[in-house]
Design a protein around this ligand. Sequence first.
Ligand SMILES: Nc1ncnc2c1ncn2[C@@H]1O[C@H](COP(=O)(O)OP(=O)(O)OP(=O)(O)O)[C@@H](O)[C@H]1O
Ligand SMILES: [Mg+2]
Length: 282
Amino acid sequence: MLLSVKSVCKNFGQVSAVKSITFDVDNSAMIGIIGRSGAGKSTFLRMINRLVDASSGRILFKGQNVLSLRGAEMRRWQANCAMIFQQFNLVPRMDVVSNVLHGTLNQRSTLSTAFNLFPRADIQRAISLLERLGIEEQATKRVEALSGGQQQRVAIARALMQDPEMVLADEPIASLDPMNAQLVMDALRRIHDEDGRTVICNLHTLDTARRYCDRVIGMSHGEVVFDGPPDQLTTAVAREIYGADESFSEHSTSTEIREHAEHESVSQVQPKTPAQPVTTVN
Ligand SMILES: Nc1ncnc2c1ncn2[C@@H]1O[C@H](COP(=O)(O)OP(=O)(O)OP(=O)(O)O)[C@@H](O)[C@H]1O
Ligand SMILES: [Mg+2]
């Protein structure tokens, strides 16, 4: 068993954000979590990554309860289930390569961090990850000069720098236009298909979950109300997940990702001053 979530709950004072979630992931998978605003999707992902402490329950990864990890062990786990956020959480004024290299931060000494010293092998790895994600031409630019879709792919590269077994993405495309949304979802699908990493992705639209995920978990009021393959996600089930009445239409949750992405527009914005250079050590 890869991941086993057992009766996990989270209360914020009087609010039950997550009420006893249980499910298993046997093998590497790409899983989408859907549900209306406030259903508990972010709280749940953040509990896996230990950004939020669960009130009760257990989360076992390969048999080990990750909710009881402390200190260095907990940080190792956090690197092993790298998170990607809607707002990218990059350092905007820093260049792209340095942002990606920050994925190795918890493996480096304070001194090398202070002087921005990175091993040459790490820099080469960062650049090959950027190549893989189709954004190597942006490597020396400041992050703030990139489009949202490019920034999210930088965040994916930073996550991959940690070589995680799982990638947790909290609404990774909610701030992106349809073309960039497609590029980012394609990238997440590839890191599952090609690397065998498990991807768990909170999504705000049904059609994206249907199109990209092998398994969809529907949450409502902190509970799992659907867990199955996308083809079982009928309109009636979707209505239950979203708590909508007869007027519910799929279209209202749709971003309508286009069939064919157009050529990616490369931002021409130049940084006012050169980005901070990366220094190598051997
Ligand atoms: N830090 C917090 N303190 C208090 N209440 C919180 C906190 N974080 C979340 N909640 C509450 O927990 C519930 C679940 O929130 P959560 O952010 O997990 O939902 P979500 O499904 O991710 O929603 P959205 O689609 O809007 O991102 C909500 O009622 C929310 O108000
Ligand atoms: Mg959320």
